[in-house]
Design a protein around this ligand. Structure first.
Ligand code: SF4
Length: 323
């Protein structure tokens, strides 16, 4: 495919994303959405003032999110459900403009009850739902309950849809929690006030909540949080990583000892069966370059191996003890 074709695809996806955002979410600079409130305040505020242009991967991620919702809607319809509404907008009635767009609201008219389903499409399925997903759900349930006093909002759930090998997972059993909802509204009030002050030039740096996912934030390049001599918020991540690396080393040693012990047996006694597995000494061959002969050959043409060596670079995370 030509470069021009790829540029056209990216521009078209960008256009679709803008169109879809305007149609479903309106002007996001004029209110706080449920996902804005759970995110780092600096990221939320800067995203509203200078919306970052999305790269191709991000644009595809947006489409994946919409596709996941469409798949769930089609499955629910095929299963005979008709008692749900999609993209239900709920607004906070207080002074702060907080608006949530709920993926699915199930309604029982006879029982006068409602339930919320939030659909996510993560690249890899987490073992537990992310805190930001849960905050979003609690805010949605709270806003839905406040806006529909004639109904009881009974429960909420998060359905994670993975388009790879991990399929779907339902994180269930959430019920509206007044304390959490009120805490989120208080947080929204603080973020909204800071947003106004920052836009008016009265606040220089909004509150920053650094974490392991800062690398995916479009405002990381000039984030003052990382000017600090030591980034305290990453302590836990680095601690867990170094501990896992230690365990990996110990595990590799343990695996090699066990492999060598078993190999020593089958090498002398031949194939055997244990634990329902078949063990034998196997041989595999692979082609290797005879560099000594090749160097001799090249010498005849006044050349050496190094004439054919090139340097390629790659990046990796280096971790050393700090001074
Ligand atoms: S890099 Fe992290 S701390 Fe800085 S604005 Fe982004 S999310 Fe917030």
């Amino acid at each position: 495919m030509s470069d021009q074709f790829m540029i056209t695809m990216q521009a078209a996806l960008q256009q679709l994303a803008i169109q879809q955002t305007v149609e479903t979410l309106g002007d996001r600079a004029t209110y706080l959405g449920a996902s804005d409130i759970g995110a780092c305040p600096r990221k939320t505020i800067l995203s509203k003032l200078n919306p970052p242009s999305a790269d191709l991967v991000t644009l595809l991620r947006f489409r994946r999110g919409h596709m996941a919702e469409d798949i769930v809607a089609a499955a629910l319809t095929a299963a005979g459900f008709s008692n749900f509404k999609r993209q239900v907008e709920v607004r906070y009635a207080g002074d702060v403009p907080v608006t949530a767009h709920i993926d699915f609201v199930f309604i029982s008219e006879p029982r006068k009850t409602m339930a919320v389903l939030e659909v996510k499409s993560p690249e890899t399925m987490p073992a537990d739902p992310y805190g930001s997903w849960e905050s979003q759900l609690y805010l949605q349930m709270g806003l839905l309950a406040a806006g529909n006093p004639e109904y009881t909002v009974e429960k909420g759930a998060i359905l994670a849809v993975n388009f790879g090998e991990q399929g779907m997972q339902l994180f269930n059993g959430y019920t509206p929690q007044t304390t959490i909802y009120e805490g989120l509204i208080d947080r929204a009030t603080t973020i909204w006030n800071d947003y106004q002050s920052f836009a008016a030039g009265e606040l220089t740096t909004p509150v920053m909540e650094a974490g392991p996912l800062c690398g995916y934030c479009p405002f990381v390049a000039d984030c003052p949080k990382f000017d600090a001599e030591e980034v305290q918020e990453l302590t836990e991540s680095v601690e867990i990583l170094t501990e896992l690396q230690k365990q990996q080393k110990a595990l590799e040693t343990e695996i090699n000892i066990r492999k060598n012990n078993l190999l020593a047996i089958v090498a002398q006694r031949g194939p055997l069966k244990a634990h329902g597995k078949f063990l034998q000494k196997a041989y595999r061959s692979r082609k290797v370059l005879d560099t000594v002969r090749l160097a001799e050959f090249l010498k005849g043409y006044a050349q050496s191996l190094s004439d054919f060596q090139t340097t390629s670079s790659y990046s990796f995370l280096e971790i050393k003890n700090a001074a």
